[in-house]
Design a protein around this ligand. Structure first.
Ligand code: ADP
Ligand code: IPE
Length: 274
């Protein structure tokens, strides 16, 4: 009979959100940026910190979700078919990320969010957490992602990786939550549209609220059913409230993720409670 392993001290992991903007090619549907994923996996392994990886969908998910309205719900046969199709795409992307983590010596524990979460009218209704918690206790590296979820009222909804960060931050109380995206942080306005946008390196909750009101934080130019950088900023508020430090950095920059994970100086946006 195997001994039940359940009393291991829980080492609080860092939450790392790998944005779809960094790990996929948004110009081409279902194209992963495998070299970038490998480099980010390398940086995570080199930092030697316990982590939970949550990745986005990028071109594997937003386009289909938007085209078939899967974030609004499902009524028609085609939508059921496309829900399945989207789920398979997300499984594929999770496999690419998990394999990259495995190849650098980590022990990923891939989790399909749609199998552990259900929603009611878009709000999380049920969260089956046992395997995730046990994986953390056993020092695996859980890998989750934004996903298409079954909803008791609407049929379907989309939950973003950013929302999963919010949920897990409240649940696990990580010391740090790192958002890896394709710009260096939060700017005064979209840096891809406005070359004179300025990086906001230090933000307090009150600044975040002001920015959200200003309407200067939005989406990228690509399909996005989860509100882009604006959605991220909304999720960051409760993450800060749960006591975690939040950092937004550019994952296209070599070593940025590694530096933030080991606590070294790195350009980005740092958000504090006060
Ligand atoms: P991810 O896929 O990494 O979660 P998104 O694509 O959803 O990220 O959001 C990142 C994009 O948000 C950037 O590429 C940028 O074009 C856009 N954006 C809009 N407003 C801002 C802003 N004020 N600061 C930074 N990025 C912004
Ligand atoms: C979106 O997740 C999930 C689906 C569309 C299935 P995210 O909102 O976290 O994805 P990115 O990071 O913006 O691409």
């Amino acid at each position: 009979m195997l001994e039940i392993i359940e009393d291991i001290e829980l080492q609080t992991p860092i939450l790392i959100k790998l944005g779809g903007s960094v790990i996929t090619d948004k110009e081409h549907e279902f194209k992963a940026k495998e070299e970038t994923i490998k480099r980010l996996a390398d940086e995570i392994a080199a930092a030697k910190v316990p982590a939970i990886i949550i990745h986005g969908a990028g071109s594997y998910g937003h386009g289909i979700a938007k085209k078939y309205g899967l974030h609004f719900g499902m009524k028609e046969r085609t939508q059921f078919r496309m829900f399945s199709f989207l789920r398979i795409q997300m499984d594929e992307l999770r496999e690419i990320v998990s394999q990259a983590l495995f190849d650098v010596g980590l022990n990923p524990f891939p989790i399909q969010p749609s199998a552990i979460f259900t929603t009611l009218n878009g709000q999380v209704f049920h969260f089956e957490d046992h395997a995730l918690l046990q994986a953390i206790r056993m020092n695996f590296t859980p890998v989750l992602h934004g996903d298409a979820i079954l909803d008791y009222r609407k049929g379907s909804t989309i939950i973003s990786g950013d929302l999963l960060c919010e949920i897990l931050a409240k649940y696990i109380g990580p010391t740090k939550c790192v958002f890896v995206t394709d710009v260096e942080g939060i700017y005064t306005k979209d840096p891809k549209t406005y070359p004179d946008a300025e990086l906001l390196e230090h933000l307090k909750i009150s600044d975040v609220l002001r920015l959200l009101k200003s309407g200067n934080v939005g989406e990228s130019k690509y399909d996005d059913v989860t509100e882009g950088m604006r959605g991220k900023l909304k999720k960051i508020l409760p993450i800060i409230d749960s006591g975690s430090e939040v950092v937004v950095i550019n994952g296209n920059k070599d070593g940025a993720l590694y530096n933030v994970l080991i606590g070294a100086k790195e350009r980005g946006t740092y958000i504090y409670p006060k």
